[in-house]
Design a protein around this ligand. Structure first.
Ligand SMILES: Nc1ncnc2c1ncn2[C@@H]1O[C@H](COP(=O)(O)OP(=O)(O)OP(=O)(O)O)[C@@H](O)[C@H]1O
Ligand SMILES: [Mg+2]
Length: 240
């Protein structure tokens, strides 16, 4: 299996706080990889390290065959990595359409027209400002913006956070559709149950270290383990 991304032995710090203690993970091309773990486990820090936002002090990152360990974020993005950060960083004062015009252009199948087909809600609200959108609409705008980069790898940090169950399902369906489009996905989630349903591979982080790596199916089958490793938010919600 070819890997879209592989990280080996990442050690990341915030100042003197040592947060990641040798995290290694791999995202296989064309698959969905879930990264789970309780609050404060180091999920966002792992993503920030992969994106070069908080550079790892030790370790190696390879993305689509290139050693990106010391690359600045914009170069990683231009290499085909879309990043949807925690908390939907959309521009509150810009309209939906203006928000969609922000990303740097990278040729490929995703255009604003196509985005409006995938997210009819955004088309309806294209003149509304970011701050007028519901949480679910903001999340969709955030994902849409990352798609306009025409990524080969999409990295999502808790896209379901704070959304109503129905909207959560919608977001997860979109993630599945990304896979069908041939995009590799690294999905960070608190919602362990639902992530494991759509994921192929899974990792669980605890205290800045990987405590599970394997297939999503194997982890999902072990209810007690999901609860213990992924925390109290291993909710009962399922896709069906
Ligand atoms: N900017 C920062 N400065 C110092 N410590 C930080 C900073 N950001 C996060 N931390 C600490 O690093 C650890 C890992 O945080 P991180 O945000 O990566 O966890 P997480 O798994 O994403 O959690 P959550 O599920 O709450 O989003 C936590 O102990 C957190 O308090
Ligand atoms: Mg986080």
């Amino acid at each position: 299996m070819t890997s879209a991304l592989s990280a080996e032995g990442l050690h990341t710090y915030y100042g003197k706080s040592h947060i990641l203690h040798g995290v290694s993970l791999e995202v296989a091309e064309g698959r969905i990889t879930a990264l789970l773990g309780r609050n404060g486990a180091g999920k966002t820090t792992t993503l920030r390290s992969l994106m070069g936002l908080t550079q790892a002090r030790e370790g190696k990152i390879t993305i689509f065959g290139e050693d990106t360990t010391r690359w600045p974020t914009f170069r990683i993005a231009a290499h085909g990595v879309g990043y949807v950060p925690e908390g939907r960083r959309i521009f509150a004062n810009l309209s939906v359409e203006e928000n969609l015009k922000v990303p740097l252009e990278r040729g490929g199948p995703w255009t604003i027209e196509r985005i409006y087909k995938l997210f009819p809600r955004l088309a309806e609200r294209k003149q509304n400002r970011g701050r007028q959108l519901s949480g679910g609409e903001q999340e969709m705008l955030s994902i849409a913006r990352a798609l306009l980069l025409n990524p080969r790898l999409l990295i999502l940090d808790e896209p379901s956070q704070g959304l109503a169950p129905l909207i959560v399902r919608e977001v997860f369906r979109i993630v599945q559709q990304m896979k069908a489009e041939g995009i590799s996905v690294l999905l960070v989630e608190q919602n362990a149950r639902m992530s494991l349903e759509i994921a192929d591979d899974a990792y669980v982080l605890d205290d800045g270290a990987v405590v599970y790596s394997g297939t999503a199916r194997e982890l999902a089958a072990d209810d007690a383990r999901v609860r213990a490793l992924a925390g109290a938010s291993a909710e009962e919600w399922t896709l069906t």
